[in-house]
Ligand binder design. Sequence first.
Ligand SMILES: Nc1ncnc2c1ncn2[C@@H]1O[C@H](COP(=O)(O)OP(=O)(O)O)[C@@H](O)[C@H]1O
Ligand SMILES: [Mg+2]
Length: 250
Amino acid sequence: MSLFQVQGLVKRFGGLLATDHVSLEVAAGEIHALIGPNGAGKTTLVNQISGLLQPDAGRVLLDGIDLTPLSMHRRVAMGLTRCFQVTRIFPLQSVRDNLLLAVQAQAGSSFRFLQPRSQARGLYAAADQLAERVGLQHSLDRIAGALPHGAQRTLDVALALAASPKLLLLDEPMAGMGPDESAQMVTLIATLRKDMAVLLIEHDMDAVFRLADRISVLVYGKVLTVGTPEQIRNNPEVQAVYLGTETLES
Ligand SMILES: Nc1ncnc2c1ncn2[C@@H]1O[C@H](COP(=O)(O)OP(=O)(O)O)[C@@H](O)[C@H]1O
Ligand SMILES: [Mg+2]
């Protein structure tokens, strides 16, 4: 059984079927990309997976456990974490303080038996480790809101990693980035594979084809097809969907 399963998710907005019985699976260690033209239902699907929106029908399972009735907060505790496109960063705090808050929020109970001084040491060490993991170790004392856009996105990923997710949801991590920042984010996401599965929603096809093990294509709320980057690139139906809007060349 796959680590993560979406089974027959349905979401209606009035007469519109924004997700029309969507099913997909992500294996442990897989980077699975979700692509599709504007209005295909990608954000609606991600919102149902993260728990922001309740589906009209269908289920979301992680490790065989049904997460559908659970709040966003409970889903994070179960191992499903979403990146929030910078909105969860405290802009007036330092990078270190942002990381400390995230570590503390997750690790509160595991440090509970330690003396306060050992607790603090553990939290600082965990924050430093996270910074190192994403390459922000030289920016720990900088004010988060003053970092370049790409570094803020990177910090947002680090905050998500504090929860040690089994599945990380990334909704357009490269949005608004220049080529250098995008390349760095691609490198970072590629390193996540060894520790977690990733569901990546991204418009940057170059990044998608570089990173994804498999790609699901969403069109008008339905999964058109699933395949390897090679299969998706050569699929005439997919090419027809993107013709004139985006190119699948990378
Ligand atoms: N809250 C909402 N109320 C009504 N319609 C919505 C709502 N959210 C999204 N939609 C519609 O659902 C469809 C899918 O939207 P969305 O999930 O944002 O697609 P994507 O992220 O792939 O661009 C679109 O037709 C959009 O207009
Ligand atoms: Mg969207």
